[in-house]
Design a protein around this ligand. Sequence first.
Ligand code: CAA
Length: 293
Amino acid sequence: KRPAGAPDPSLARKVTKVGVVGAGLMASQMALLFARRLEVPVVLTDLDQARLDKGVGYVHGEVDKLLAKGRLSPDQANRIKSLVTGSLTKDAFADADFVIEAVFEDLAVKKQVFAEVEEVVSAECVLATNTSSLSLTAMGADLKHPERLVGFHFFNPVAVMPLLEIIRGAATDDATLATAFSVGKTLKKSSVLVKDAPAFVVNRLLTRFMGEVVAAVDEGTPLETAEHALDGLGLPMTPFALLQLVGPAVGLHVAETLHEAFPGRFGVSENLAKLVESGKPGVYRPDLTLDPE
Ligand code: CAA
């Protein structure tokens, strides 16, 4: 069944090579998924060799775990490893038809990344962003071809979470959107089309939930009580474990974006901001560190 709002699937373009900008945890998880499900070459880029090595190393490590569990045959494992490579320059994207970014959550940084990518890719290459809260329309404003920009928002852990939010910006055309849905299907994700609104849909709901837990602690509810109050409801993780999984900096950033857009509806915890600013654990759980990597 075609997801609500998805265009005619016959408009989708073929994807034969994927570029991933960034080699952090989210980017590396995405690279593994693309190589495993699309079975096409995937090139990761980042600013330094150490980050690239870590990203490619992560993919190899996860492939080894899947091999050990019997989820991949030795041939499949070797093939996936050989498909994922790292490059320090975006020239490696020249023949890519789908480039996705998972760099720092800052509009100016993402715009700069796409300006550089546009220099090397073809006019039809889809540009996808894994942004969790920023406006697609603003991100595409200075592109030569804003019609090929689309939001492609995964959830952590990428390998496990079935949901994919696909976001249409003001200029995104049907062929780009159809390609995004087709790729989402091959990745075996449940894709939903969401509006280009601050934090889209899922993070708006999650930020409300997480924001209230954090606010309860800020207001004096013992951490232990707030963290475990919902244990009996069958949620897969406690709220602070989820905050660690997402990354406190990402959580804070989404809260700030939502506060800016809807000041009366979303607050920003000063304690969470202090935790992120200090980069040190301890404001909430002692094991809550800035960087989930
Ligand atoms: N990478 C790859 N696989 C992972 C993984 C990871 N980081 N974490 C867990 N898994 C796999 C395990 O290998 C295991 O696979 P098998 O069944 O094949 O062995 C499976 O997931 C279950 O793992 P566990 O048994 O270890 O643990 P669990 O049952 O407690 O599940 C969880 C772990 C899937 C993370 C679960 O706790 C969960 O669903 N948590 C909620 C996560 C969530 O809400 N994510 C959304 C965050 S919001 C976001 O990301 C958006 C944003 O923009 C900020």
